[in-house]
Design a protein. Sequence first.
Length: 415
Amino acid sequence: MKVWILNHYASEYYRDKAWRHYWIAKYMKRMGHEPLVFCSNAVHGSDGALYYNTDDLWHVHMAEEIGTPFIFVRSRPYTGNGKARILNMADFYRNAVKAADGVAKEYGKPDVIYASSVHPLTLVAGIRIARRFGIRCVCEVRDLWPLSLVVFSGLKEKSLLTKLLYRGEHWIYRKADQLIFTFGNAKQYILDQGWEKDVALSKIHYVNNGIDLDGYEEKVQKGAFRDGDLDADVFKIVYAGAMGPPNQINRIVDGAAELQRRNVTGVRFILFGDGISRREEEARCKALGLENIVFKGTVEKRKVPYVLSRSNATIVMIENSALLKYGISENKIFDYLAARKPIICNDESIRSVVGDSDCAFVDGNMADAVEKMLRMDRDEYARACDGAGALVDRYAFETLTKQIVDVLEAAKESR
């Protein structure tokens, strides 16, 4: 089966040789399918850089390790999240559609389109390309637009723009032949919007993010490095991920401060990552005189398995929002599960991923959760680690890819 995967930001996946659609393409190839990935040539989060600066509408680069062509679609460079980024999205949408005939001429007509958000124009492009070739389109929703924009970006719920975006979202869900969501309660979202009359709940499927277990232990060994904090003889609670407002780093600092006030010793928070919250929270730690928390800065993705292997526990803070009722899909949670370490979390929404597993220590008061963990005996701690390990196969990308292929094949065969 020839599968065209559309993901505006998959150029990062090509660069990093990692992440969702890189791994999905890898396992599709192993299953005997022929994946091909469309992505933008603009570097997201940069100062306006391009991966490949060319006047060509599209150009191909082979991901040799997985035997998959990546089609870099010409899109204007941008910085920040303003008008230039919106125009970049429009470029990708328009040029991906334009490029389809040329790509088909070189690689053959696809059997099915697999279009993945973040932004909805990628899904519209997938639907249009599928119509052109008379085939089916499966749309994958990894972020609820415009609800995410209302929650995190200040878009007014009742504004004309928001209403238009909801109409566009509804149109996509109606036109898609099948829908994949990366959060588990998507059907409730459709019901809450009142769209169940023309968006059949039967075409909604749940496939969350996950872990590439291929050579995982080898990655742990190859990523090893010396670090005084990771090597310290204390109970190490590790965070690895972005440090923006939604990541609630302030709550980790609050918990560390509370534990220090309680004179709880022998525990250290070790935070890897960067973002706009880091400098402020580091300064707050210094002002509070906290000795049980350290910010380490960014770490290469290839070293994350080793970093997590050196932890005694991991931590994720989840921002309370209207999105939580539909489930979560934070990548760091799956990294933590792969490390087979307990997870401290402030919100019960993590149960949408881990269920009633013993691996999750959920408490709105982080200091209480840590103290509970510190009171565990050896057997209780082992059960918590085993609880994480028991979930690993469920979220292995080899398993997830088979689920996605089932949806794609069902769509392809439907007439």
